[in-house]
Design a protein around this ligand. Sequence first.
Ligand code: PLP
Length: 412
Amino acid sequence: MASLTVNAGETMRGFEVSEGQLCVGGVPLQRLAQRAGQTPFYAYDRGLIRQRVAEVRAVLPTGVQLHYAIKANPMPALLSCLAPLVDGMDVASGRELSAALDAGCAAAHISFAGPGKREGELRQAVASGALLHVESFREVEVLGRLSAEMGLPARVAVRVNPDFELRGAGMRMGGGAQVFGVDLEQVPALLARIAQAGLQFEGFHVYAGSQVLKAELLADLIGRSLDMLLTFRADLPGPVRHVNLGGGWGIPYFPSEQPLDVAPVRDALLAAQQRLHAQWPQAQLVVELGRFLVGEAGIYVARVLERKVSRGGVYLVTDGGLHHHLAATGNFGQVLRRNYPVALGNRLAESAVEQVSVVGPLCTPLDVLAHKVTLPKASEGDLVVIFQSGAYGATASPQAFLGHPPCVEMLV
Ligand SMILES: *Cc1c(COP(=O)(O)O)cnc(C)c1O
């Protein structure tokens, strides 16, 4: 994708532009790099995060709870920024649980999902009072023992693996044979075990996948997931208080992708809420979003170390790469390698004149941040910006690979 020429006073992907430089939180890029003390760095814009949460709130039907799935970006300062803005957080490890608690999220509003929870993690969750999304019979057995030992019944919701799939998902996590959740057919038996084990049953969780941009698919999924949960009516060990129907709301990474149209999703949630309350009046509907809240509010910035020409091909060799931003190099589960949106963040007023590939310093041909993009003429010291980098960045990358220095993260 070509970088755009931006005039003063304009914005680029929501970020302010001043005198040809991209700004995060009002700070121009070169100043930001000085403030970071190094390149490469990630910068996340608080204002854009707040704005996005407000937009989501405006769309969600009244009473639908908004949770942040912290694996998208668990930076402590970002969690503290989000904690007062959302109704809860979803975690997937003991350390993420600690991070959510540290950020000031009330334990009662934390839910803990994920396969293979270790006994220590389960104990941590019971002790803190977080809700466990149980994903196996083994977890129920261990929780029964821990609850008895601790004199504190574990709060549990059952993560159900549906008998249908989410089509159009970037990553699929439900339907067919899965490590995630308990197969729909086995749920009645699991509910019986939960009652016998003396656990505090609270409801259900369905999470079928991630990075969906087709609203009709998400809307359809919400309806079908609820249909499925309502079939457990006769098997319940207690009142249903919590129904988490997942999220999966995607963001556009590539020129061929359009932003998600949230209106059909809202309509589906409203319909689901009405049906849910007709059946289970105490149940609260929860939506859990990761990248949709933070993905577009973050950039990754690397400095050009060298402009290398090889048989007519121009390479901008930077100090950043795959080890900090695996997803931008197409190696985080993507089937096709495509370029994330990229710009020379300190030359936004200049015209794009040259086709280049932006690469990192790692000794592997996989370390390509942008393949054959058209940018203004770059030289050593220029700052390459990769947009859509607020989620699945630093913590989703192999920072130790090849022994280059780590990146820093800033919330501005
Ligand atoms: C990964 C994950 C999410 C967040 O996915 P996004 O695509 O970032 O919104 C939410 N819930 C569960 C259970 C997950 O595993």
